[in-house]
Design a protein around this ligand. Structure first.
Ligand code: ADP
Ligand code: MG
Length: 670
């Protein structure tokens, strides 16, 4: 307990030779001296009025007293501690724990309710939400605003707003109330009410510094300090001092009880709270911030939505195209080449690939299979049913070469091929054409050309997505039986399928075949079409395409992020005063930074969620219209993570600029 008379303890506030200059130096502004050597001591429990004409430096002095600003020269000690040496965060703590500001313009946050405005200092002091709400409610009730707690500032009269501001100043205890022209904007009745409130608080032991240009108001205080042109010209007891001497004596005692009643003992450190506790609060404030300008928020979001959606869709389309190629590789084989005779470039008749050529090729180390094929559309009949069908005559290992399993029955054997046995295996759709409604046509006969063939099996469906649908319409007969019974005049294969031993050996096999045939024929009268290499190259191209598309989409995400940054910078500029208010009630730089960063991240996260949805819908439409699309959870998570990262990256600079604002400049800003 500090008694004004004891003099033993250091004064609460002690200014010695304090000067304040604006501009000058490197700022480029002309230098203006505002305070020219202020010496002032204020003891705990005093009710001091600082009076002076407009422009005399009162507000500047108040900002210094409240730790919103620092003196250019001289010393300011608060409870014996030099304030000049305090870091910005320590200054914020001093404001939070020792001071309560009441401004002429109330300085309430417009988007928050009366209760939320009052709670603000306790939020930054780390008081848990229920205790915060309870205390704010009690303070508002005490100031006669019990039925206005949910109102926003614009729904309150000036007098009511000023009482909300006083409640806010008391929220963390309000040991020292700094009131800058608190009645300046009020009608006389409301002004008198506010003054009565200040008297009452002074009686309860709060130290009050009242700043006013109005001598009538000033003279209600117990001590009046007069300031003129930045210098103190008078300091003495006010006319009201004598009458309130008795209450003044009781003030110190009341101060003790008041301090006990305040939940925040001024010296208490900010309690350690989990980071997510503050995050929830920041998210709520961020949500409000976004709601303030819905159209702008929506348009900014659109950038992120389009970015995220296009990343997802582009990657899905690219992946779909790639998988289709891979499927084709499965169908046609990653090891397969086609060999046929052709006219050489230098002229002359097309070459013939002889049986001897084929056995020589089969002997090459990189070659696994050599499969001559004869195939042509010819009439196939069953009873009165006749169709033109591609009849594929190849050797017994055709299913292995084309990696094509059977659905039913079996394929013909090498022995049956050599014995010219008339057997036929049906493609999936050929079976449906010739034996509709017959689940098992094995043992039935088909007339191919004019020879009867017995059905012994059905091949599995290749399907539309493999790009080899027409294979399902074919029928398959043994090579030698086909040559002998169907394609009688044709002794040459139409083409030969050569399978390399492995996908890695395709190129070597092709080169070896070229060398061999050149040596045997003496001229390049043949053609090798390397489907495997073509497909492999195509798959590679598709992969690069996917990467490209993804990159382009990612660029749009970056553009979206820049949009977020732009909006956040505007938001900071628009909410200067709010930032100033938060700082005045004790927000640390990192509190402000976290709030705006949360806002940016929330913005991009919302965009990310909408983008994933939009991407999903677009993908569904594409699937419905037959475009192969393969969604990957990885791409979605990646796009989402990119949106989050964009929020952090592009929100960081605006949030930092907000947190580095000078509280006085921010408060004055609009
Ligand atoms: P009062 O509150 O007594 O009316 P102020 O403390 O607001 O006076 O201002 C005192 C003087 O300081 C004024 O002349 C004003 O122009 C000047 N001043 C205040 N703030 C600044 C600033 N940021 N830059 C330059 N001059 C300022
Ligand atoms: Mg002023």
């Amino acid at each position: 307990m500090v008694s004004a008379a004891s003099g033993a303890a250091p004064p609460l506030i002690a200014l010695a030779g304090v000067r304040k200059r604006y501009g000058g130096g490197s700022s480029g502004q002309p230098e203006t001296g505002v305070l020219h050597g202020i010496d002032l001591e204020i003891r705990a429990g005093e009710f001091v009025a600082i009076v002076g004409q407009s422009g005399s430096g009162k507000s500047t002095l108040m900002n210094l007293l409240g730790g919103l600003d620092r003196p250019s020269a001289g010393h300011y000690r608060f409870e014996g501690r030099d304030v000049a040496s305090l870091s910005p965060d320590a200054l914020a703590r001093l404001r939070r724990e020792a001071f309560g500001f009441v401004f002429q313009g109330y300085h309430l946050i417009a988007s928050e309710t009366a209760r939320e405005n009052v709670e603000l200092p306790a939020l930054y002091a780390g008081l848990p939400p229920p205790a915060r709400a309870q205390r704010a409610q009690a303070l508002l009730a005490r100031l006669g605003l019990a039925d206005r707690v949910g109102h926003r500032p614009h729904q309150l009269s000036g007098g009511q707003q000023q009482r909300v501001a006083i409640a806010r100043a008391l929220m963390n205890g309000g040991r020292v109330l700094l009131a800058d022209e608190p009645t300046g904007a009020l009608d006389s009745a409301s002004g008198a009410e506010v003054m009565a409130l200040l008297h009452q608080l002074a009686d309860e032991g709060h130290t009050i510094v009242l700043i006013t240009h109005d001598r009538g108001v000033a003279e209600q205080a117990r001590r009046v300090v007069e300031i003129r042109d930045g210098r103190i010209v008078a300091d003495g007891p006010g006319p009201g001092a004598a009458s309130s001497a008795s209450t003044s004596a009781g003030a110190a005692a009341a101060g003790g009880t008041q301090a006990a009643a305040a939940p925040m003992s001024p010296g208490s450190p900010r309690p350690a709270r989990p980071w997510h506790a503050d995050l929830g609060e920041a998210a709520r404030a961020a949500w409000r911030g976004m709601g303030r300008n819905r159209l702008r928020t929506g348009l900014t979001l659109l950038g992120i939505v389009i970015g995220v959606a296009s990343v997802i869709v582009m990657l899905a389309v690219g992946e779909g195209a790639r998988q289709r190629v891979v499927q084709q590789m499965g169908t046609l084989g990653t090891t397969i080449m086609y060999l046929g005779g052709s006219a050489p470039a230098e002229g002359g008749p097309p070459g013939r690939i002889t049986e001897e050529d084929l056995s020589a090729i089969a002997g090459l180390p990189d070659v696994a299979h050599v499969m001559p094929v004869i195939g042509d559309p010819i009439p196939v009949r069953r009873g009165r049913l006749e169709r033109q069908v591609y009849v594929f005559a190849a050797e017994w290992f055709m299913p292995e070469v084309h990696q094509w399993p059977l659905a039913q029955g079996r394929f013909y054997t090498e022995a049956e091929d050599r014995a010219l046995t008339p057997l036929v295996v049906l493609g999936h759709r050929a079976k449906a054409h010739f034996f509709p409604g017959d689940p098992d046509p094995r043992g039935r006969q088909l007339l191919i050309g004019d020879s009867p063939f017995e059905v012994i099996g059905t091949l599995a469906e290749r399907g539309a997505e493999s790009g080899a649908q027409s294979y399902d319409d074919m029928v398959f007969i043994p090579y030698r039986a086909g040559r002998a019974r169907v394609y009688r005049v044709q002794t040459q294969p139409d083409y030969t399928v050569v399978a390399a031993a492995s996908p890695q050996q395709v190129a070597a096999a092709e080169a070896a075949i070229r060398r061999l045939l050149l040596a045997r024929h003496g001229r390049a009268d043949f053609e090798i079409s390397n489907a495997a290499a073509r497909l492999q190259a195509e798959a590679q191209t598709r992969r690069s395409m996917t990467m490209m598309l993804g990159l382009i989409a990612a660029v749009s995400l970056v553009v979206g992020g820049i949009g977020v940054m732009n909006v956040m910078l505007m938001t900071v500029r628009e909410r200067l005063r709010e930032i100033g208010i938060r700082m005045a009630v004790g927000a640390r730089q990192r509190d402000v930074q976290r709030q705006f960063l949360t806002e940016a991240v929330l913005l991009t996260l919302a965009g990310g969620v909408a983008g994933v949805l939009a991407g999903g819908i677009t993908g569904a439409v594409l699937v419905a219209s037959g475009v192969p699309v393969v969604f990957s959870v990885r791409a979605m998570a990646g796009a989402f993570a990119c949106a989050l990262a964009a929020g952090l990256v592009f929100g960081w600079a605006p949030a930092r600029s907000a947190s580095r604002l000078d509280p006085v400049v921010a408060l004055a800003g609009d």
